[in-house]
Design a protein around this ligand. Sequence first.
Ligand code: AMP
Ligand code: MG
Length: 319
Amino acid sequence: MITSDINLAIESLKKGNVIAIPTETVYGLAGNAFEESSVNKIFKIKNRPSFNPLIVHVPNPKYINKIAQNIPKIAQKLSKHFWPGPLTLVLEKQKHISDIVTAGKSTVAVRVPNHKLTLDLLSKLPFPLVAPSANPFGFTSSTSADHVIEYFADKIDLILDGGVSLKGIESTIIGFENDNAVLYRHGSIPIEEIEKIIGKVEIKNKNNLSPEAPGMLKRHYAPKTKIVFSNDFIKSIKSYPNKKIGILCLKKIKKIPKSVHQEVLSSDGNLNEAAKNLYASLHKLDRLNLDLILTSIVPEYELGRSINDRLRRAVEVEN
Ligand code: AMP
Ligand code: MG
């Protein structure tokens, strides 16, 4: 069922079900964070490895005192400034938070999402929600109810439809090591914005097999269609004469043959708009039954870093 009635969502969540919820970043597969059987269902539906911890979504900044402890001053400063919003803080967990949620870690990831419907839902629930992105593990995230239906129509009973996600890219994840802020995942808030508030932040989002944050895993966010980087689209198109090709690019590229589908992220190269459109464009290209998607990185600053991070993990590296 697709609905925007939060009462139906509340009823379903209270029964221990998993539902899809909208957020400003991407859609989430949500369940009761305090109920291990609900959390387990999410891992199963997503085919998510158990080493990959979940983000706990709470209705307001004060609520973190029920989840986390020994919260560093800079974390409080960040929460004051950016919540509700697309910033996830990794904090020391309280004992009662399940090891299944945190993948056995002593820390827990928390955020207050900035989406009216979901904030309303959270404020009326007697528990917080874990809500990893609504996609099978490794695949492109969902930024609309349509995307969620394509992936999970037969696996979940309810999708709370809150329109298209306004940010379109996951939250920025910040942790604290010896009380210093460390960036674990580039996301919807550019690192430059965070540094304006707390000064220099160390970046630790390298590819890694035993990742601090599995958004760090090498192959992630991927469309079903093969996607590769190209430095020269015209030349690359010529080198695949018998293939059905699509292009994913920041701005319109001239002289591309008409037979090649061109998916433009932002007509004037605006990185915020490009971030918002990134996953929807990948979903669109996936529906065209192409043999291959060609793409290239965008300028490496502000949200360009987050877009490039996703593209680098989505592409197949050809040996
Ligand atoms: P998703 O909601 O699917 O975008 O994934 C949530 C992200 O938050 C994953 O990359 C997690 O690894 C990360 N995360 C959750 N809990 C922690 C934690 N305790 N430490 C570091 N990263 C975390
Ligand atoms: Mg995800």
